[in-house]
Design a protein around this ligand. Structure first.
Ligand SMILES: [Zn+2]
Ligand SMILES: [Zn+2]
Ligand SMILES: [Zn+2]
Length: 343
């Protein structure tokens, strides 16, 4: 009495199912539903693949397996042993997530989703289901997560942190291509892959700031070593040197302005060249320094002189304009510089 071989009670999430019996009789009826494939597997190798339909099993529609079985005399009269794997051809979603590192050995944590479907059921059974003994959907999801993680760790290690962080869209497209090939090799089509999270350590996030500006990772590491050395020096007892040293990447160091003495306008604060007689901004006289007439002999003394250069008479203390701070002669009513009323 021929039996019916069929994947019954298939759930939406089911990807693979192994028919429980391995004893097959010629004449058994194999029913394959839409979006399914049935693969015959024996001694570690996949043979004939059946697509959707109702198939009465004969030597004619099992040519690959028949070739193997034909070594046994009378093989077409007695039951034979084989595993039958049912594979869903629908699209499925898987999750990935792992820790790896970039080209410059920055730690990377990442996770996301991927979408796939069985493209080559024979290859898929050979490489994964039968080949790896992954008979259940749960085991298969675990296997694929591990497989994808491993390939991702491998691939991302060839990219820099700036590539992964700054150009994730571009990078994931390149990564996707690599993984597409990896999935092809096990009979699957990788339909899509999306990173939902990618991160590194806070330390490397800081470094990324410099790396993005074009400083090499090696250079950033070197600078941080200097910084740490300076820090530990400043913390060690009695060490004054190194305290408060800020390590600035060379990129950000402004070229030192040529040393040049400037004359600050007493009126508006504008920095004028030392030779300027008048403020280039407001026109106020800059070389003020009015002399002081000695009240006794009338000799004109240099501004700031405390005693008359002629008679030695003590000159009165010099007043300063409260508004522009220019020196003004004692007794002056108005500032000769800005005109402010003094008394
Ligand atoms: Zn001025
Ligand atoms: Zn003044
Ligand atoms: Zn003034």
């Amino acid at each position: 009495m021929p039996k019916v071989i069929e994947w019954v009670g298939v759930k939406e999430s089911d990807i693979v199912w192994k028919y429980p019996s391995e004893e097959i009789t010629w004449g058994d009826v194999l029913i394959v539903h839409e979006y399914e494939a049935a693969v015959f597997f024996r001694d570690g190798k996949a043979y004939d693949v059946f697509k959707a339909g109702r198939h009465v099993l004969t030597t004619a529609n099992l040519p690959l397996l028949t070739k193997i079985l034909s070594k046994i005399a009378g093989y077409d009269k007695v039951p034979f042993r084989a595993s039958i794997f049912f594979i869903s051809l629908k699209q499925f979603q898987g999750k990935f997530g792992a820790q790896g590192q970039t080209k410059e050995l920055a730690p990377l944590k990442f996770f996301g989703s991927f979408w796939f479907r069985a493209e080559d059921p024979n290859l898929f059974v050979n490489e994964v289901v039968g080949g790896q003994g992954v008979y259940t959907t749960e085991n298969l999801q675990n296997f694929l997560r591990g497989y994808l993680n491993e390939k991702l760790i491998d691939t991302l290690s060839q990219y820099s942190l700036a590539d992964v962080y700054g150009k994730l869209d571009e990078t994931s497209l390149l990564v996707k291509n690599v993984l597409f090939d990896a999935f092809s090799r096990i009979g699957l089509e990788l339909i899509d892959l999306k990173f939902e999270g990618i991160d590194t350590t806070p330390e490397w996030r800081d470094r990324l700031f410099y790396i993005r500006t074009g400083v090499s990772a090696a250079e950033v590491l070197r600078m941080q070593t200097v910084e740490k050395t300076a820090e530990s020096l400043s913390k060690s007892p009695g060490a004054a040197v190194g305290a408060g040293i800020a390590v600035i990447p060379p990129l950000f160091q402004q070229p030192a302005a040529p040393a040049q003495a400037m004359v600050i306008c007493p009126k508006c604060g504008f920095q004028n060249p030392q030779t300027a007689k008048f403020c280039n901004n407001c026109g106020a006289p800059l070389q003020i320094a009015p002399g002081i007439n000695c009240p006794k002999c009338g000799t004109l003394n240099p501004a700031g002189a405390r005693f008359c250069i002629n008679c030695g008479n003590q000159l009165q203390s010099i007043n300063k304009c409260p508004q522009c701070k220019a020196d003004v002669q004692p007794g002056a009513r108005f500032c000769p510089n800005c005109g402010a009323k003094l008394m």
